[in-house]
Design a binder for this molecule. Structure first.
Ligand SMILES: Nc1ncnc2c1ncn2[C@@H]1O[C@H](COP(=O)(O)OP(=O)(O)O)[C@@H](O)[C@H]1O
Ligand SMILES: [Mg+2]
Length: 502
């Protein structure tokens, strides 16, 4: 529950919406509770008329009019509350999604190496959709209900303290039984989500790299992996649902016994003359109002559990550390000016490993001056790509220094560093849009002239729909991580001790 409140805190700017929802909920509860009293009053009028005491028609008609006005007010207010709940949910969803995306964009490369791309996407879908869906339901249905129940308990205490006590017992009892159910349910839900994440993650990778899948004729294997994940969710859901419904029988059975007591008190006390018929009608209706939320509690608990699990996933990502404390200037910093006085690029006794135990670079030193062209030639897995990644600041160095234009890159704002280094990757990556858009990816304000392949050449404008390639393989699955590649990449690792910078 705390994580749900934290979610609301993430979008603090929505407070007018939150206040509006609280106010409309109180009004919805108020108008809802007036109805039993108006009907109770009408009942007393009818009983009196039956005994010949009054004519009663006018009074009863006026009560019917009061009922109409009250119902109309309830209709309007609950619809306005519904509107507030819907807009709050979509705004919350916008805020949470943006913050999640901003967070992901700020995470170090390492985070993406260790997660399936699709899992990250899936998580956004599930955690945010489920939590905002829950909050929408809470604002539109459950919150007014909670207020109503609270009021019913107070009102019924005014009639009979025993009645009120019996009703009060229901909620903690139900919540306690639900909490017992919840623990096991949540654990199973976690297992199920892991299967969905894995299936979804692999699914995105397969579709994104469908050419590879087809070329190696691995469609059947991919399908069977996917099916395996889903088949396992069937078994888990079976166990989960059996547990849930067994516990629900216990919960609702207890509830039925308590309501037996409640009705017995109302009926007996009416017979004994403690309540008028009108009062009995009021009480029976109030009890019914109190009963409704308990019956929909199972659905509510089900939704809240999903939302709690979802919000935990959300905060797990939000708690990851960004790649470098963000104190960068708000305007895009200018690229570094490169002169001839110092090397354009300089590696000085650079040590690096992706893990603490494996060294990829060991005391590597070299310098490249302006205008020089240098080729690194080496076997696969030798560390050539790693050199480029380090130059871009995608990973932080163990020991040693990397300088660009004489500046230690560890002290440069990452954005400035990356704007100063041009890079062409081994694997092409395309975004949707035109070829021109793709050429100008690093400089969206480039003019058509600037993106021409040669002076007076054609402007590449044709639109195309490329497949979103360039997905990062999960570390450990790439061919470069084969034992052969690994052994060739490590040379006397004891010379370097890694001192990772956070
Ligand atoms: N993201 C990564 N996580 C863990 N190990 C990696 C990662 N990327 C590369 N490696 C390992 O680092 C070593 C150097 O890889 P790389 O720089 O890609 O070599 P090259 O580009 O010369 O083929 C290899 O042993 C490779 O398995
Ligand atoms: Mg490489």
């Amino acid at each position: 529950m705390r994580s749900i409140l934290r979610l609301l805190g993430v979008a603090r700017e929505l407070w007018p919406q939150y206040v509006g929802i609280v106010l409309t909920s109180i009004l919805i509860a108020g108008t809802g509770l007036l109805t039993p009293f108006i009907i109770g009053a009408a009942t007393d009028q009818i009983v009196a008329a039956g005994q010949g005491a009054t004519d009663g028609v006018t009074a009863v008609l006026w009560l019917a009019v009061a009922l109409l006005i009250n119902d109309l007010a309830n209709t309007v207010i609950s619809n306005y509350g519904g509107y507030l709940g819907d807009t709050m949910a979509v705004r919350l969803r916008t805020a949470l999604s943006n913050k999640y995306f901003a967070k992901l964009l700020s995470l170090p490369q390492k985070y993406f190496d260790n997660e399936l791309t699709g899992t990250i996407v899936n998580r956004l879908q599930r955690s945010i959709t489920e939590t905002t869906g829950f909050l929408n339901m809470f604002a539109n249905n459950f919150f007014p209900m909670l207020i109503t129940v609270f009021a019913v308990l107070i009102i019924s205490a005014a009639y009979s303290i025993w009645l009120s006590l019996l009703l009060i017992v229901i909620y903690p009892l139900f919540t306690w039984l639900t909490a017992i159910t919840s623990k096991k349910w949540q654990a199973l839900e976690g297992k199920k989500n892991a299967e969905f994440d894995q299936a979804g993650g692999r699914f995105s990778e397969v579709i994104g790299q469908i050419k590879v899948v087809k070329s190696f004729a691995q469609e059947r294997r991919e399908l069977s992996l996917f099916d395996g994940n889903y088949q396992r969710t069937i078994g888990i859901t079976g166990e989960q649902s059996r547990w849930w419904h067994q516990m629900d029988v216990a919960r609702r059975g207890a509830l039925n016994v308590i309501f037996f007591g409640v009705y017995a008190i109302i009926f007996v006390q009416t017979v004994q003359g403690a309540f008028s018929i009108g009062e009995m009608v009021v009480l029976v209706q109030l009890v019914n109002i109190a009963r409704q939320p308990v019956l929909s509690m199972s659905y509510f608990v089900d939704t809240i559990q999903k939302a709690i699990a979802g919000s935990k996933d959300y905060f797990k990502v939000m708690e990851e550390l960004p790649e470098r404390p963000i104190e960068e200037p708000s305007d895009a910093p200018a690229p570094l000016a490169l002169g001839d006085a110092v090397p354009a690029i300089e590696f000085e006794r650079a040590c690096f490993g992706y893990t603490d135990t494996e060294k990829v670079l060991d005391e590597v030193s070299f310098a490249v001056r302006r205008g020089e062209r240098v080729a690194f030639v080496g076997e696969s897995g030798g560390g050539k790509t790693t050199l480029v990644s380090l130059l871009l600041g995608l990973y932080s160095l163990g020991k040693g220094r990397v300088r660009v234009g004489g500046h230690d890159i560890a002290a440069l704002p990452l954005e400035q560093l990356r704007r100063s280094v041009g890079v062409v990757f081994q694997d092409p990556s395309w975004f949707s849009g035109s070829i021109a858009d793709n050429i100008a990816y690093g400089s969206p304000s480039a003019t058509r002239e600037e993106i021409k392949p040669w002076p007076n050449g054609p402007t590449p404008t044709s639109s195309f729909r490329p497949s979103p390639r360039g997905t990062t393989p999960k570390s450990g699955s790439a061919a470069s991580n084969s034992p052969a590649a690994r052994s060739s990449g490590s040379r006397s690792p004891e010379q370097c001790s890694r001192t990772p910078r956070s």
